[in-house]
Write a protein that binds this ligand. Structure first.
Ligand SMILES: [Zn+2]
Length: 216
């Protein structure tokens, strides 16, 4: 199992665990608030993630998009009471064994319990995450903008990375849409917003607006 337990950081009264999973080090985040835990992008190694999170009340799993390296661990992590949410526009990608990021032998994700779209709110404890649709890397990519106790952070999946942005050369990718989605993030997020991407380290909007070539 190629899971590495990267780090755990407090965020106010909440806690963010970050695990780097799979061959291309997808960031899987577990956001714990109160008695509840939201997992974002369990890309691979669901069994190892399940054992790391066995004492958590795993209420919801969100996939920021349908690539295999963001959904490959969902099946093994799911519990009977866990919701699994993704944008319907990426359902086909998520369920196709030939889509980008799927690893041979990795389980395909189960049927989602619900679909995410623009303006939806995903709640966990005292934290809420507003869904904004950010197509470009895939048709159904979403970012999760924190509110409540998660105010000031954003999970950006493969839309925005520290110093880069998601590739658009895979099936369903669209460069013009990606640029529009990045502009949307600039409008929606404050300069101090902590950006937690699907790969690589955390950053801030201030840093990205100053240095990311996609914002120059
Ligand atoms: Zn991706």
């Amino acid at each position: 199992m190629s899971i590495s337990f990267s780090n755990t950081v407090p965020y106010g009264h909440d806690t963010i665990h970050c695990f780097a999973v799979g061959p291309i080090s997808t960031n899987c985040y577990a956001y714990v608030s109160g008695e509840a835990c939201l997992v974002i992008d369990p890309g691979f190694d669901g069994k190892a993630l399940a054992s790391q999170l066995e004492h958590q009340n795993l209420t919801t799993i969100v996939a920021t998009h349908g690539h295999g390296d963001h959904v490959g661990g969902v099946a093994e992590l799911m519990r009977p009471s866990t919701a699994f949410l993704i944008n319907e526009k990426d359902l086909e990608l998520a369920q196709s064994p030939n889509a980008a990021g799927h690893r041979p032998g990795e389980s395909l994700p189960p049927t989602p319990t619900g679909f995410l779209s623009e303006g939806n709110i995903v709640s966990v404890g005292t934290a809420r995450f507003r869904i904004i649709e950010t197509p470009g890397h895939t048709p159904g990519g979403v970012c999760l903008v924190g509110q409540g106790s998660a105010e000031g952070l954003c999970f950006t999946g493969d839309t925005l990375f520290a110093g880069s942005a998601g590739r658009t050369d895979l099936p369903g990718g669209n460069f013009d849409q990606l640029i529009q989605s990045l502009a949307r993030l600039r409008k929606e997020l404050t300069l101090d917003c902590v950006v937690l991407p699907g790969h690589g380290g955390a950053t801030s909007m201030r840093e990205e607006l100053a240095t990311n070539r996609f914002y120059q």
